[in-house]
Design a protein around this ligand. Structure first.
Ligand SMILES: Nc1nc2c(c(=O)[nH]1)N[C@H]1C(S)=C(S)[C@@H](COP(=O)(O)O)O[C@H]1N2
Ligand SMILES: [Mo]
Length: 418
């Protein structure tokens, strides 16, 4: 494995040497080398042991799991989540759908257009956005709808993701509601649509555009943000601005946000593909169907389901018998907040209450920890489950749908006590 890693990394370095992408953060015009997006070696690489290459030569990114390189698709390693509740920018996951991604953006001339059912069309510069009244900060989990899809059994079509297509960051920006108020919305608004700078390579491919209900926007939760963890957004995470929709899957968090349109109907047509055909779940209470079956009716995926993970122990680890051992990890849900997290060290027979960490807000990762003592030697499973404030918890057995969405089964960590 390390051999292949080295080859992938080395040839990337050669491509990048001439392109000086390392200077991105320092230059006024953020530029992404063409070579990064043209270079496709290592795509789809899966090693016999199931592991994937670790790469560190995408601009602004360090030691990421490579899913694809064109367009960039990178996962965060699980160990990052053990280092703190905030996911560092250089380790934050990256996902794009379309291969024609922006490679150079000038923040001084960047504008975002607000149009459609408004009294006054706006073309706001970044500086104008940042000067608006009502700038706020929020910590929120960003999770791809396909996170953990690779664990679906039976296997489903789509990127075979582990648990690393998620992250938790502090974002700074302005509620979209404020921007719409500035434009003045006319009567009859039904949805708001979003578009970013990235484009399809062929006209026969639909653009990546998303829509939210106007009423949702007016809750003040969806925001336009320009800062992540105290720094400008990393280029690959949507520089210079993106939409964030706390509590909702990342498919709505449109990057390189350039166009907002207020419409009087439910978004449809060719460029609504990512609403009308993709990112949809079975339209029933569980959002799931019988194994290998197809739902009769679907609806757009919306809020995150409740999840929890152990971050300081992984399957295959050996832990000490008769000695106090600390287990710790993270939990999150779609915005009601985490009420409790429980751990089982006997295969689910008994559940122990953990201690929750500081609360960074209801949309954030919540940390938990517990000290346990293993009394017998042998192989056991550690399990963790969370309960949200709205009473949602995690199923013991994974539900299934043809896209591998909404996975939130209780995680099992197989360890040896010695
Ligand atoms: N412009 C644009 N925004 C986008 C996408 C995209 O392809 N283009 N993909 C969405 C999906 S499905 C995910 S998971 C997140 C990934 O965001 P990140 O790369 O900042 O982590 O971006 C969302 N926003
Ligand atoms: Mo996603």
């Amino acid at each position: 494995m390390s051999n292949i890693n080295r080859i992938v990394s080395k040839s990337r370095r050669q491509f990048l040497r001439n392109a000086s992408v390392a200077t991105i953060a320092a230059t006024p015009i953020a530029a992404l080398a063409e070579s990064v997006i043209k270079f496709a070696d290592g795509d789809g690489v899966t090693f016999a042991d199931g592991s994937r290459p670790i790469v560190n030569d995408f601009p602004g990114k360090d030691d990421m799991i490579l899913v694809h390189s064109r367009p960039p698709h990178l996962e965060t390693q699980m160990k990052v989540f053990d280092n703190g509740l905030i996911t560092p920018n250089e380790n934050f996951f990256v996902r794009y759908h379309l291969a024609d991604i922006p490679t150079s953006i000038d923040p001084d001339t960047y504008t975002i257009n607000i149009k459609g059912l408004v009294n006054k069309q706006l073309a706001l510069t970044l500086a104008e956005l940042k000067e608006m009244d009502g700038v706020i900060e929020i910590v929120a989990v960003q999770q791809c709808a396909g996170n953990s899809r690779g664990y679906s059994s039976p296997r489903v079509f789509g990127a075979q993701l582990g648990n690393g297509a998620m992250g938790n960051a502090k974002f700074k920006g302005i509620p979209l509601k404020k921007v719409l108020e500035l434009a003045g919305v006319k009567n009859g608004a039904k949805q708001v649509t979003f578009n970013g700078l990235d484009k399809p390579v062929l006209d026969t491919t639909p653009d990546f555009r998303k829509a939210l209900d106007y009423d949702h926007v007016m809750t003040g939760e969806p925001m336009i943000v320009w800062e992540m963890n105290g720094e400008p957004l990393p280029f690959l995470n949507g520089y210079p601005i993106k939409l964030i929709v706390p509590g909702y899957y990342a498919t709505y968090w449109v990057k390189h946000l350039s166009e907002i349109e207020v419409i009087d109907h439910i978004f449809n047509g060719f460029n609504a593909y990512f609403m009308t055909h993709a990112y949809r779940i079975p339209d029933n209470d569980c959002g799931c169907v019988e194994l290998n079956s197809v739902p009769e009716k679907t609806r757009s995926i919306t809020q995150l389901s409740v999840r929890s993970f152990i971050t300081n122990v992984k399957s295959g680890d050996t832990l000490m018998v008769g000695k106090k051992t600390e287990l710790k990890g993270i939990a999150f849900d779609g915005g009601s907040g985490i009420k409790s997290v429980e751990v089982s060290i006997d295969g689910g027979e008994h559940w122990l209450q953990t201690i929750l960490s500081d609360d960074l807000g209801r949309f954030s990762f919540r940390g938990w920890m517990i000290a346990v003592t293993f009394e017998k030697k042998g192989r056991i499973q550690l399990m963790v489950r969370a309960v949200s404030h709205k009473g949602e918890t995690q199923p013991i057995k994974a539900t299934w749908d043809p896209n591998g969405y909404l996975r939130n089964a209780i995680e099992h960590t197989h360890v040896r006590i010695a």
